[in-house]
Structure formats: C-alpha cells, structure tokens
Design a protein around this ligand. Structure first.
Ligand SMILES: [Mg+2]
Length: 353
C-alpha cells in the first residue's frame, strides 16, 4: 500500500527529551569510583551529552527524569550491582542501550545478565580505549535504530488509525448518499402523477387534488361534482382488435375529454377503462350538462382502422360542502352502474335511482 505524504505528516513526540539542547545523544555513566567517572566523562564530553551517577539509585533517579541513549554501569558498586541497575533500567526505558563494566571475577553473573537481555554489551576492566569507543559507538547506533524503528511503527499505527477513520467516514458518507438517493427516488415516484398510457392524472394525484378541492369547497361553500365514466364493451375492443388498439382508444378518449374539460377540472384515469372528471364549483345539474357533452364528444371520436364508434356510460354525483367526501366517488360509481344497467351510452345522476 502506498501512503500519500499527507498521511505521514503526523509527528510522534516523546514525553521526555531525548537529549539536552546540544542535540547530542545522551550517555549516562555510573560508577562508584570518581576517577573512572571523571576519565570517561572527559573522553566523551565532546561527542555526547554526558550524565554521571555514583550509585545505582542515583542513576535510576536520572533515568526517571530523562531519556538516555546509552547507560554504562559498573558491576561492583555499594548497594545495587550494575546488572541489577540495568535490569531496572530495562523496565524504565527498553531503548536505552545497557553496557556493563566488569572484572573477570564477575563474569558468570554478567553472562547471565546478557542472556536475560538485561545487558547489551559488556567490557572487562581494565578496558582498552579503542574497545570502549567501538562499543559506545555501536550502542549509540543501536539506540538510534531502535528509536527510528519505534518511530516508524508508531507512524504506521497512526496512519492505520487515520486510514480506518477515513474508511469509517467514507462509509458514513456513502450511507448518507444512499439515504439521499432513496429519498430522491421517493420524491420522483411521488411526482409521477400522470398515467403513463393516457397522460391524464393517475388515481394517486386524483386523490391528492380531490382532498385539496374538498378543503377549498368547504372554505368557499362550493360544491364539487364528479363524473365517472366507463367505456362501453371495452373488453370486446381488446378481444377483437387487440390490446394495442385498446390502448389507442383509451388515449383518444383521454385526449378528447381533456380537451372538453375546463382548466379547473381534473381528468383522471381511475381504473382500466374507467375515468373520473372532477369538476370543482359545479352543481349536479351543471355536472349533468357537462357529462352529456363529454359523452357526445366520445361518441364522435373516429379512430383510423377502427370501424366502430366508441361510447361511454357516465355516473355523476355532487358533493355539497360538509358532506362526507369519501362517499363521492362511490356515489358516482353507483350512478355509473345504473347508466350501464339502463342501456349504456348515457348519463345517470346520483339521485336518479
Ligand atoms: Mg566499582
């Protein structure tokens, strides 16, 4: 995986300063003999930031206060031994590289300390200067690599955390987007108010507009008249001439009736071959006149390749302000049924039977 530069810009900060303002690695020298401390300190003061301690306890209190790169500890000291000190130092800062100075008599204890990982290098007293230089140089380098490695691991951890965070955010974004799409689709289907075959209003939009008109009718004290009509013998049109012709008949009728209707009227396809014309502000008598006009215009339709004339039966009902609106369409439908019963191609009113 390739990480972009932006991912790696997060820096890792250490709580304790690695070295003082000199910018040099820090060397902690621990020995109970002041002469040894003095000579080692003189040797390394130019190359490193040198700290000294004359006992294990003193060294530990230094380690708790600041980070050091390398610890050089004498094995034989009053109180804690050097390997005991380095074992504790390991717990405080595992990156501080631990070097033990020892005499041949202590070699068993030292080997054990090395094997247990408490001591990284050891030097026997008296040491050779070039040997000491090599060991300290290697220890400093080792410490540098440990820190660099830890730094990289930490950067990688942060990058992974950042990536995870981005994945989480992206997932949330996508979920949000999906929700928006769903909402948009819902709106689009709500907007689908037209019957796709005939282009007139569908039943859903009829019901919406009817509810609005009922409210308006009540407010203005106006009636609403509904004329429901059904094409006579439509099944035989489909059966004889095919469904394509049936569809054309429906389209012609929808166009004809729409052209006849006032701008305030709503023509809707109510069912298969059933339509409803909603006429706000129109009384039952006026509705009857209008329905007769619609009926005649349907009968006058001539369709190419269709030899018969089409007729429709109408049922008209009127809703007066304050009457239960939910019954209007049923009342119109009942009147329509009566028109069918009475021989079709006619208009029947809600009160006529
Ligand atoms: Mg000693």
């Amino acid at each position: 995986m390739v990480l972009s530069k932006g991912f790696l810009k997060t820096s890792v900060s250490t709580t304790k300063p690695d070295h003082l303002s000199s910018g040099l690695p820090t060397l902690l020298l621990v020995d109970d003999e002041p002469e040894i401390i003095a000579s080692l300190a003189d040797m390394y003061r130019r190359s490193y930031n040198v700290l000294t301690a004359s006992s294990a306890d003193e060294a530990l209190s230094v380690l708790k206060k600041q980070t050091v790169s390398v610890i050089v500890a004498d094995q034989r000291m009053p109180g804690k031994t050097g390997s005991e000190l380095l074992a504790e130092a390991l717990k405080i800062d595992p990156d501080a590289v631990r070097i033990l100075l020892t005499g041949y008599a202590d070699i068993e204890a030292v080997i054990q300390a090395v094997n247990q990982g408490k001591v990284y290098f050891y030097l026997t007293k008296p040491w050779r200067i070039d040997e000491m230089d090599t060991v300290i140089t290697r220890a400093i380098e080792h410490n540098r690599l440990l820190k660099a490695n830890r730094h990289l691991v930490e950067e990688l951890r942060l990058s992974n955390a950042e990536l995870e965070q981005r994945v989480t955010e992206r997932t949330a974004e996508l979920e949000q987007r999906a929700k928006e799409l769903e909402e948009a689709n819902r709106k689009i289907s709500e907007l689908a108010y037209l019957d796709p075959l005939t282009g007139v209003a569908n039943r859903r939009s009829l019901e919406k507009i009817f509810a609005r008109e009922v409210e308006r009718g009540v407010r203005l004290g106006l009636p609403i008249t509904a004329a429901m009509f059904d094409i006579d013998h439509f099944k035989s049109v489909n059966d004889t001439f095919g469904h394509a012709m049936g569809d054309r008949v429906l389209q012609f009728i929808a166009q004809t009736v729409s052209a006849q209707a006032r701008p305030y009227d709503l023509v809707a396809r109510y069912g298969g071959e059933e339509f409803l014309i909603l006429m706000p502000g129109i009384s039952l008598e006026q509705g009857k006149t209008a329905a007769e006009r619609f009926r005649a215009s349907i009968q006058a339709i001539r369709i190419a390749d269709f030899p018969k004339s089409v007729t429709a039966s109408f049922g008209v009902a009127c809703l007066l302000p304050g009457q239960p609106p939910e019954l209007l369409f049923d009342r119109a439908d009942r009147a329509l049924y009566q028109a069918k019963q009475n021989g079709r191609n006619r208009v029947k009113l809600d009160i006529e039977f």
